[in-house]
Design a protein around this ligand. Structure first.
Ligand code: 16G
Ligand code: ZN
Length: 552
């Protein structure tokens, strides 16, 4: 009774404006911030139900619209393992967000609770951790989420304040593993494991001053703020934050940030010709995307871009090298490690990166766009590395692999053995597994891993760039009446409907050397996206244009 009353109450406090339609989409609900309160409140209800269903395990809510304009906002839910909410709850999320009135909402919840066997009304507990980015509507929406959570009897909300998206995912994961889960624990883990990585850099590789210098474009978001807080404690690297989110420095994601740099390929606001040659990293507004770049010349604003694919390639190379050292090096203990290493990409990965990874003999697999698909696939391996070209990605390690690694390290604990290359490689993998955020892609931990690997290899930005040469590509968006009329298959690389479209795409593609092209409906915008790749820029452009005409 109490439960019913609370749900009716909260639903009447946040009526759905008519004509409003929310869809959970690729990464939660997103819209103009001021219109989001009903959806965010309902996401609060949803998160609390999810926690009840999972025996009171902590669930997370992040209030952010990532790389989108400052006026937008959004909400997404993190599952107890720190990953995205299980996909089979998404249809319920949609229905709940769009329930037209309090009665409809109540009926939906009661029906769902019954179908899913959620012990609502028993002596259950639920806890929901909340984080938000720096957007002006964040606090208002936080309140809506709290009201939604509190509408579920027994639910307990913990507001963690302003955080990066990956911090919140990390905290949810840590909390449920029973390990320390505060922000300072997160920082300590980053700082300590980064220090350990640098201690394991071979002495002959320690580079010059430029090798230690990094400029970070914080997109005027939360990532820069957090980095400022810890950079003094990161020894062995000299970090300078621009677009740090300080008053007056600029607008969130406006002319800056990972999305801007990756799409426009020009220097973000706040960078100048004086920065030519220095290694730069760019985060997005909630710091779950990372790309690198270098200002190419003093005379124009172009950049040399290192995107998610090349970060992935660097990580893959490093992991593979350590595994090889462990398994091929003769040593006193000479125990080998069996590890299935898998690389996960999407159709947007530059063809040259896929070729590079395959040439290393690695297993490369594809999933549809969206972190939830890549992450899930990566978990199938002992070590799974995934990245989207736009800079979302991380590395995940299986429990089994980590315990093998630990026992290998223990076997080497004797004085004589712990100078061995095998021991060092195992220690590097262990440190990397602690530095990288295994809950979700994290620009802060990701950039520290990049920095540590570059120092380990004694590599400059140029060496990294030259791993392979990107094939020229072009992306276009096409406005159509109904984007859902396009249905894709094979990880979005092929169109299955309308039935003749794939044949037309194949025909166009055959006209180009190294031609590759696919189309897919966007999960976040009302458009169909076209991607084309070929050996020359003009060819990629023209392939994209001609395929776009078939889509229109
Ligand atoms: C979301 C996804 C991102 C994906 C993008 C594609 C998450 C956290 N974010 O931002 O991974 O690349 O959507 O957008 O999953 P699109 O469907 O409009 O092309
Ligand atoms: Zn983001």
């Amino acid at each position: 009774q109490e439960q019913r009353r609370r749900l009716l109450d909260v639903a009447s406090r946040f009526p759905l404006p008519s004509g409003c339609r929310f869809s959970y989409g690729t990464a939660g609900f997103r819209a103009y911030g001021a219109t989001m309160a009903p959806a965010v409140c309902r996401a609060g209800i949803l998160a609390a139900l999810r926690s009840v269903k999972l025996a009171g395990a902590a669930v997370g809510i992040v209030i952010t619209a990532s790389h989108n304009p400052v006026g937008d906002n959004g909400v997404k839910i993190a599952d107890p393992d720190g990953g995205m909410m299980a996909q089979h709850w998404e249809p319920f999320a949609d229905a709940l967000a769009n329930a037209p009135d309090p009665d409809a909402l109540l009926q939906l919840v009661l029906q769902f609770v019954k179908n899913e066997g959620i012990p609502l009304g028993g002596h259950h507990t639920a806890q929901v951790l909340l984080g938000r980015d720096t957007r002006p509507t964040g606090e208002y929406l936080l309140d809506a989420a709290l009201q939604g959570i509190n509408a579920i009897v027994g639910a307990h909300a913990i507001d963690l304040g302003i955080l990066t998206t990956p911090q919140l995912h990390w905290m949810v994961r840590s909390k449920n593993k029973g390990i320390k889960a505060s922000e300072s624990d997160y920082f300590t883990q980053l700082i300590d494991s980064f220090r350990r990585m640098l201690e394991l850099v071979p002495k002959d590789k320690s580079g010059d001053e430029l090798a230690k210098k990094l400029i970070v474009d914080g997109a005027n978001g939360i990532g820069g703020v957090k980095l400022e807080q810890i950079k003094a404690k990161l020894s062995g690297i000299d970090i300078n934050v621009r677009n740090s989110g300080k008053e007056g420095e600029g607008i969130l994601n406006h002319m800056c940030g990972a999305d801007f740099v990756q799409k426009e390929r020009v220097t973000p606001h706040g960078f100048s010709p004086e920065d030519v040659g220095v290694r730069c990293a760019s985060l997005d507004g909630d710091a779950d995307r990372l790309v690198y770049f270098r200002v190419s010349s003093p005379s124009d604003n172009k950049v040399d871009l290192v995107d998610g694919d090349k970060i992935l390639s660097l990580f893959a190379l490093f992991i593979r090298e350590q595994l090889d050292i462990i398994n091929n090096n003769g040593s006193q203990v000479n125990k080998s490690l069996s590890a299935r290493l898998g690389i996960v990409q999407t159709a947007y990965a530059n063809g040259a990166s896929t070729q590079f990874l395959k040439n290393l003999g690695l297993e490369v697999v594809f999933t549809p766009t969206g972190v939830k698909y890549l992450h899930k696939k990566a978990l199938e391996y002992d070590i799974g590395i995934y990245f989207e070209a736009n800079g979302h990605g991380t590395i995940v390690f299986s429990e089994d692999f980590l315990s093998q690694l630990e026992s290998l390290i223990n076997d080497h604990s004797s004085e004589a053995a712990n100078g061995s290359a095998q021991y060092h490689a195992a220690m590097r993998l262990m440190a990397a597994s602690q530095l990288i955020n295994q809950a979700v892609g994290d620009a802060l931990s990701g950039s520290l891993l990049v920095e540590a690997i570059l120092q380990y290899k004694g590599w400059s930005f140029q060496n990294w760039c030259e791993l392979y040469c990107d094939l020229p590509s072009r992306q276009l968006k096409v406005k159509v009446i109904d984007r859902s009329s396009i249905v894709t298959t094979d990880a979005e690389t092929k169109v299955s409907q309308p039935s003749n479209l794939q044949e037309l795409i194949d025909k166009e593609t055959a006209n180009y050397t190294h031609g590759r092209c696919f189309v897919r409906p966007s999960g976040t915008e009302d458009v169909v996206r076209v991607y084309a790749e070929a050996s020359m820029q003009v060819e990629a452009d023209s392939l994209a244009r001609s395929v776009a005409q078939h889509v229109e």
